[in-house]
Each structure stands twice: as structure tokens, then as C-alpha cells.
Design a protein. Structure first.
Lengths: 229, 229
DNA sequence: ATTAGCTGATGATAATTGTCACACGACATT
DNA sequence: AATGTCGTGTGACAATTATCATCAGCTAAT
């Protein structure tokens, strides 16, 4: 973990929710913001910690997870920049409900939550923008979880593979950033069954596997399995 | 469905998100708001409809549902007053992603969305309050769905019974407002298995059943099943 | 009054998923 | 070099869940 500088006025993420904000406010935010670098595996935020900062992901990939009522890990979603994971409970709770962990090297930008709230109080347009982003992010999480809930094992595994291919890497061959166990924790099945399913996909020549390397060679079939399998 | 009048200044729901709003704005909202009465079974909002109003539930009980990618009904959550179901996609989409149906006689209050947004733009404190409510409601939905996902059939059914007993009716005997089929659509299991599970709970003297009437007679056991079963 | 349709209920059987056991290799620790 | 841990992979078997068939009761429609 490592700290360095950038310029908010040129930040490509700024357009997302700092569209309607004064030069003054931008400068004030810019001077006190802190950027952090995390390596794959680092915990960025921890379930239960007090929420002090307003945090967003500038670069990288993270997972959101929590501990269930019977003490197992459960993955809630994966987020890349623009997905605003940290916004989730920022305005509705004193403490984080979820743990955020980097699953690829990541960079975050942390603003003081009090300062952001101060700007929000004085600038309704900014707050509306913000709300739209929060709403989009949570809608996405809800919808994804509902989609998964309705599928069987095979459909769920296919769905995850397609999620990484389409939404994260934009290509059919990629290196899986998570373990089989984590896929299992996300789709709510056992690790063994995830492994078995991947093996079957391989046997059926739908994907190729070399460790974490995945290559989707029959995308149509995989999509069909995701939908109806 | 039936329209009548009330006074916003005295509305017990007003405190929820109209705390920091001017007398003028309240009066302006009050004059153009429309209240609707729905009977059990009435559809209040329909998936795909354009979002024109800012709507909240004054009284009653509703279900949120959607059609899945393979054309089955799926229930997302149940909401009572203060749960603000309609807020869900109000700020992130042009159309409703979900259908809202009354499962008990219900009353809604509908405000013009444009007018609410106008106030939001000019009043950041109001918008912050609003965001907090939206955030709470969506957090709840996400958490409930994660809890259910991690349980087996018996735990899921127990969870639903406890949800109605504790969160909706505040008592251990109540009339189930939904069918077995709807329970199944909510917990992601088949109707037959829901019915079977209820029968087993009855056989094991955990609950009594008379049609839709449920009486929880061994709450401790039911809670244990919900957690570990 | 009869039919059709829906909900609730139960049983038999098939399909899906979980559990346990074991094996292998990579890697870190000692 | 020995040990332990973790991720991956596979098989056998048990548990869980879905599917299909059937039936009873109720209600709406004709």
C-alpha cells in the first residue's frame, strides 16, 4: 500500500459525479484527498469498520464480501472502476456491512466523508448525481443476485465466466482473478461442484482451462447454458 | 382503486424524508399529490412502465417482483410503509425494473417526480435524507437475498415465516398474505417443496396451519432452523 | 349444474447438489 | 528434507430438491 498524487481536475472519474461542483470545492477536495495503491489480495475495507471516508475505485478490480449468519464467507459482487462499491452503505450506516478486497492490483481515491456530505448539503444537483450512481450500483447488485438465484449450478458457473469475459475483460480469453472457492462463495454452491462443472465444460469443449487461464471457445453454447442450463 | 385527500403537514410519513423542506415546498407538493387506494391483488406499478411519479406506501403491504430471463415470476422483496419500495430505480432509470403488487389493501401517495427532483436540486439536505432512505431500503433487499441464498429449503421457509411474524405482523399467529407459490417464487424453490416443508413443520409441531393462518408454536426451533437448517 | 382453473396437498421417482475421502502439486516454514 | 497448508481435481455416496402424476376443494364462468 502506497500513496501518491494526482490532479482531480483532470481525473477521468471526475465526470461521473463531480459534474456539477464548483472549482472551489474541487480544489478543496483535491488538496485533502488520498490515493492508495493495493496489491491483489489486500483488504481495502473491513466489515464492521467505521465509515470515515468516501472512497472510490480508480483502477483495478475488487470483491465485496461478508460473513453470513453461520460464519461462512459470501461474495456479494465484483466491482471495477465506475461501479462505486464503497458508496453502498456510506449514507445509511455508521459501519461497513461488507469487506472490500482487491482481487487485482487496485488504486482507490479517498475523500473525507464529512467534506463530501458538506458539499452535498449545499449542492442538491451534486447529490442527485451521486444518488443516481448509488442507485445504479445497487440495482446492478440486486439484479445480478436475482439472476443467479434462479439458475442451476451449470447456469451459475457459465454466468460467472461470461461476467468476467464480457463485463470485466472484454475478451473471451482471460485469467480468472479468483479461485474456484471464491466462485463457489459467489454463486452459493460448493467448491467441488464448481470445479466439476468447469471440468465438464472443458470436456464438452466449451472452454479451455490452464490453471487460472480460461478460454471460451464456444461462447454461444456457454450463453445458452447460462440462460437455460 | 380510489382517490381521496389528506394533509401532508400532518402526515406521519412526512418525518421520514421531508424533514428539511420549506413550508412552501410542502404546500406545493401537498396540492398536487394524489393518493390511491389499492385492493389486495391490484397491480400498483408495472415492470417496464415509465417512471413518472415519486411514490411511497402509506399503508398496506406490497410485493416487488420481476420476470426472469427465462420468463418465470421472481419475487424480490416485500415492503411495508417506511420501506420505500418505489424509490428503488427512481433515480437511476427511465422505466421500472420491477412490478409492485398489493398483497394487502394498500394506500399510496404519489408525487410528481419532476417536482421532487426540482426540490432535490435546490435542497441538498433533503436529497441527503432521501439518499439515506434509498440506501437503507436497497441494503435491506441485498442483505435479505444474501441470507436466503445461503440457506437450504427448510431454512428458507423458516426465514420467510419469521419475516412475516417479526417484521410485518409483530406476532406469532398471523394470516399469510401470500400463496405457497409466492413463497416459492421468493425463496427460489418449487411450490411443492414449500408445501411439503410447511407440512413437516406442522407434523413436527413447530407451527399450526389452517389454510393461510399460521401459528408459530415453537419459535425457538423455527429460529434455529432458519439459522442452521 | 357443469366445466375449467387455481391452490393446496401427497407420493414416487429422477435430477441435482452436498459431503466425505483421497490424491497431487505448489509453496512456505522449520 | 520433512512438514503443513492450500488450491485443484476426482470418485463414491448421501442428502436435497425438482419433476411428474394425481387428487381434493374452492371459485369463477357459462
Amino acid at each position: 500500500m502506497n500513496t501518491f498524487e494526482c490532479t482531480c481536475e483532470r481525473c477521468h472519474l471526475r465526470t461521473l459525479f463531480f459534474n456539477h461542483i464548483s472549482k472551489n470545492d474541487i480544489r478543496s477536495i483535491c488538496t485533502q484527498k488520498v490515493e492508495h495503491r493495493y496489491e491483489k489480495g489486500d483488504v481495502i475495507l473491513c466489515e464492521g469498520d467505521p465509515i470515515k471516508n468516501f472512497l472510490y475505485l480508480k483502477e483495478g478490480l475488487v470483491k465485496l464480501s461478508r460473513t453470513t449468519s453461520d460464519d461462512k464467507e459470501q461474495i456479494i459482487s465484483f466491482a471495477k472502476p465506475f461501479d462505486f462499491v464503497s458508496l453502498l452503505s456510506v449514507f445509511s450506516s455508521e459501519n461497513y456491512h461488507y469487506t472490500v478486497t482487491a482481487i487485482e492490483d487496485s488504486t482507490t481515491c479517498e475523500l473525507d466523508l464529512g467534506q463530501v456530505k458538506e458539499i452535498a448539503r449545499e449542492n442538491g444537483v451534486f447529490t442527485l448525481d451521486l444518488m443516481t450512481r448509488v442507485s445504479e450500483a445497487t440495482d446492478r447488485i440486486i439484479l445480478d443476485n436475482l439472476e443467479i438465484k434462479q439458475k442451476h449450478l451449470h447456469g451459475r458457473v457459465a454466468y460467472v465466466l461470461l461476467f468476467f469475459a464480457q463485463n470485466v475483460y472484454g475478451r473471451d480469453d482471460f485469467e480468472l482473478p479468483i479461485s474456484r472457492k471464491e466462485i463457489a462463495e459467489y454463486i452459493g454452491m460448493t467448491t467441488e461442484n464448481v470445479i466439476r462443472t468447469l471440468s465438464e465444460f472443458k470436456k464438452d469443449k466449451i472452454i479451455r482451462i490452464f490453471g487460472k487461464e480460461i478460454d471460451i471457445i464456444d461462447r454461444e453454447r456457454l450463453e445458452s447454458i447460462s440462460l437455460h442450463g
